[in-house]
Write a protein that binds this ligand. Structure first.
Ligand SMILES: CC(C)(COP(=O)(O)OP(=O)(O)OC[C@H]1O[C@@H](n2cnc3c(N)ncnc32)[C@H](O)[C@@H]1OP(=O)(O)O)[C@@H](O)C(=O)NCCC(=O)NCCS
Length: 353
């Protein structure tokens, strides 16, 4: 692994470090009470290498002491606006703009050494636990799997770099909290087309469902600026994790038109509650999708209704959609229609072509 050295001002140097050094100074060390993130982060990074990607861990030093840390990586499954050749930085600990700049400069240098000119971040592996985008509002909301947790000072540091023209572009994401009573009331007034059959996966015999879901996900979602592509094998593996939640397969609802997979709603339990062995009370809204032939027919209303019913059945009381890109106008109509509200906001920044 190449070592990147970069300087900001006179005194901040950045170099590649081993996992112990990185982790010991990372704020992720104790970010989530009762959950040891270390093996999960390490597995996510090592998994990228196993699949043909790479990563490097960096520490910024000032006067000999570590003042910030970050990871830079190429996840072979990551797609940004259908582009493959994009690296990411993430898992950032930095007190101020100078340290942040020194770290991001260095991540860019590492990406460039790997022949990649475009870098985006923050993206925090594993995203299903640590989310992506720097948090810019909603700091009082509870820690939730799949959602970045950052101190306000970090948003200030990014804002300072943005104002100085350091980044080429940014993408805005919101989290949305769903109100169940208002959902029922809205759906009662706007009956969706219920002609499609809803199925849940049989976790003992997934059949050809993972292949169909992977095709639909990759086909409908890879236009987004931060998408993790998938495959039948990956989905089949991930589906098994839902065994940890009694009735967890209901969090995966698929809409069939005969044999054709027309759409789906994919939810995730709050994996932090699962890891702590708690009863899952919070559910993360991950994906709503409809194949193009079924879009534009007001069929999306099936999904919030389905989610509300499943959370009721599972005894979960909190439903927050994570990382909704503000280009997803259909999802944001749930705010306009009064049954979801913005809880927290995030920005992902890009440097490069
Ligand atoms: C998200 C998705 C399921 C919505 O389904 P859809 O068939 O396009 O939307 P619907 O016809 O059911 O309309 C739902 C609402 O969104 C609104 N909407 C849909 N597309 C819109 C657009 N481009 N701009 C503004 N509003 C839009 C509709 O007007 C409707 O609101 P209303 O009830 O107030 O009129 C579908 O577009 C999709 O699968 N997109 C690709 C995957 C994706 O991006 N998912 C979101 C991120 S997880």
């Amino acid at each position: 692994m190449k070592i990147a050295i970069s300087a900001s001002g006179d005194s901040t140097t950045v170099s590649a470090v081993d996992f112990d050094t990185f982790w010991g100074r990372s704020r992720y060390y104790d970010l989530v009470p009762g959950v040891d993130l270390r093996p999960l982060v390490q597995a996510a990074l090592d998994g990228m290498v196993d699949e043909g990607g790479w990563y490097s861990l960096l520490a910024a030093r000032m006067d000999g002491g570590i003042v910030g840390t970050a990871a830079v990586f190429r996840d072979p499954w990551y797609r940004s606006r259908a582009r493959d050749d994009v690296a990411c930085f993430g898992l950032v600990t930095a007190d101020g703009p100078d340290v942040l700049k020194a770290l991001v400069d260095a991540t860019q240098g590492v990406a460039s050494d790997h022949g990649i000119a475009t870098i985006r971040g923050p993206v925090n592996p594993p995203r299903s636990l640590l989310g992506y985008g720097v948090q810019t509002s909603g700091y009082a909301f509870p820690i939730l799997a799949g959602t970045s947790v950052d101190p306000p000072t970090l948003a200030d540091a990014y804002a300072s770099l943005w104002e100085n023209g350091y980044f080429s572009s940014s993408d805005h994401y919101v989290n949305l909290v769903q109100d169940f009573e208002k959902t029922w009331a809205y759906v009662a007034q706007h009956e969706p087309d219920r002609s499609l059959a809803v199925i849940n996966p049989d976790l003992n015999d997934l059949g050809d469902l993972p292949g169909k879901v992977a095709e639909l996900m990759n086909g409908t979602l890879s236009y987004r600026p931060d998408y993790l592509a998938t495959s039948a094998e990956r989905l089949a593996h991930e589906a098994q994790q839902y065994r940890a939640v009694p009735g967890g397969e209901k969090l995966l609802g698929f809409y069939m038109d005969g044999d054709v997979l027309a759409g789906g709603v994919i939810m995730q339990p709050d994996w932090f509650q699962v890891l702590r062995g708690q009863h899952v009370k919070a559910v993360v809204g991950d994906i709503y999708m409809l194949a193009p032939a079924y879009q534009g027919r007001h069929m999306m209303n099936n999904f919030p209704e389905y989610s509300a019913r499943v959370l009721d059945e599972l005894g979960a009381t909190y439903y927050e959609h994570a990382s909704i890109w503000d280009g997803s106008k259909a999802i944001q109509s749930t705010v306009k229609n009064g049954y979801a509200s913005v809880s927290r906001e995030y920005l992902v920044f890009e440097i490069g072509e």
